[in-house]
Write a protein that binds this ligand. Structure first.
Ligand SMILES: NC(=O)c1ccc[n+]([C@@H]2O[C@H](COP(=O)([O-])OP(=O)(O)OC[C@H]3O[C@@H](n4cnc5c(N)ncnc54)[C@H](O)[C@@H]3O)[C@@H](O)[C@H]2O)c1
Length: 317
């Protein structure tokens, strides 16, 4: 890895904690900047004693700096689960706007590459399927989800302008739904919710008729894609996601089977502006980053279920 010191905003969150681990494993020092607003601080416990790791508790909406020269900034701070961004709408908009401005300014001062974590949500409820990077999206600018979708769209625009005006080395990854160990069980996203319900013997709550689809990428694959983007000189945006599309109903039944659970499925009301389909076209990532997902859903879900089981057993001891 060519980076010596990476700053990871949102590094105490789900994806951020995996990225910090991967960067340390590859020999980079890591400064994690996180206000812990949607983090479970236990998720960086395994990093606290590692050489080269430091955690600064700070809100990226306020300008921030690091003492040592940095050569990579991964801007991952942002509420990401609908439950979190609906609870923190202004914070989400400010993190996507002011936070992105401050992350880019840090990269500019240090001459570092800055990679923005954008999202498939910029495609909204898409009219094109699968979604490639040329598609502009179909987003309700004032619906409840807009605080997240539009914050990310603004963050992309600001990142593109930063590169054009200041020549800062920037990249944008559009991440599709990622799952794996260290998601908070009550963060409201489908995989941790289904796994928690299956392990507790509760009905799995599927919204609508369950035929809406998602693309699910195991966290190790997403981390590999983000680091490939960091190591490249691509500006993006580049989709990082799994083109194997799965309906929510099929996902619920798969989790029940893999967990060996007796749970049933209960249909509940579908959220406003919930996307009907989601599936990435990853030709760009395949061609330019030699990246594609490697972990099949059965394997990734089995690893995730095992992690939740171990954590529950440890808590009970
Ligand atoms: N997980 C996914 O499926 C997914 C998909 C698309 C995009 N993303 C993007 O990846 C990033 C990480 O997502 P995640 O799933 O790990 O979410 P997460 O909620 O687990 O982590 C986000 C982290 O950012 C921190 N944070 C939030 N606002 C902050 C602020 N103003 N200042 C400092 N820290 C702040 C939180 O405390 C948390 O630790 C987000 O930008 C998200 O939009 C994630």
């Amino acid at each position: 890895m060519r980076f010596r010191h990476a700053v990871v905003t949102g590094g105490a969150g789900f994806l951020g904690s995996h990225l910090c681990t991967a960067l340390l494993d590859r020999g980079a020092a890591v400064t994690c900047i996180d206000d812990l607003s949607t983090a479970d601080p236990r998720h960086v416990d395994h990093l606290r004693d590692r050489q080269g790791f430091s955690l600064i508790e700070a809100d990226v909406c306020d300008p921030f700096d690091v003492a040592r020269p940095a050569d990579l900034v991964l801007h991952f701070a942002s509420p990401a689960s609908p439950a979190d961004y609906l609870r923190l709408p202004i914070h989400t908009l400010e993190t996507g706007s002011l936070g992105t401005r401050n992350a880019l300014a840090l990269a500019r001062r240090h001459g570092a590459r800055c990679v923005l974590a954008s999202t498939s949500e910029v495609y909204g409820d898409p009219k094109e399927h699968p979604q490639n990077e040329e598609y502009w999206g179909h987003v309700n600018p004032v619906g409840p989800r807009s605080v997240y979708d539009e914050a990310k769209r603004f963050g992309e625009a600001l990142t593109a302008a930063e590169a054009a005006v200041h020549g800062t080395d920037t990249g944008i990854v559009r991440l599709f739904n990622t799952y794996g160990p260290r998601m908070r069980g009550h963060d409201g996203r489908a995989v941790p919710t289904f796994v928690r319900q299956a392990l507790d013997g509760e009905p799995l709550t599927v919204t609508g008729d369950g035929h809406q689809t998602r693309s699910l990428t195991y966290v190790d694959d997403t981390v590999r894609g983000v680091l490939a983007m960091a190591e490249s000189d691509l500006r993006g945006p580049v989709n990082i996601g799994n083109p194997a599309e799965i309906s929510m109903l099929d996902l619920a039944h798969l989790v029940i089977r893999l967990a060996g659970s007796d749970s049933t499925v209960r249909l509940i009301e579908r959220p406003v502006d919930d996307p009907t389909v989601r599936c990435p076209d990853i030709a760009l990532a395949r061609g330019k980053l030699q990246w594609e997902p490697r972990v099949p859903p059965d394997e990734g879900l089995a690893r995730t279920i095992a992690w939740y089981r171990e954590r529950a057993a440890a808590a009970a001891r």
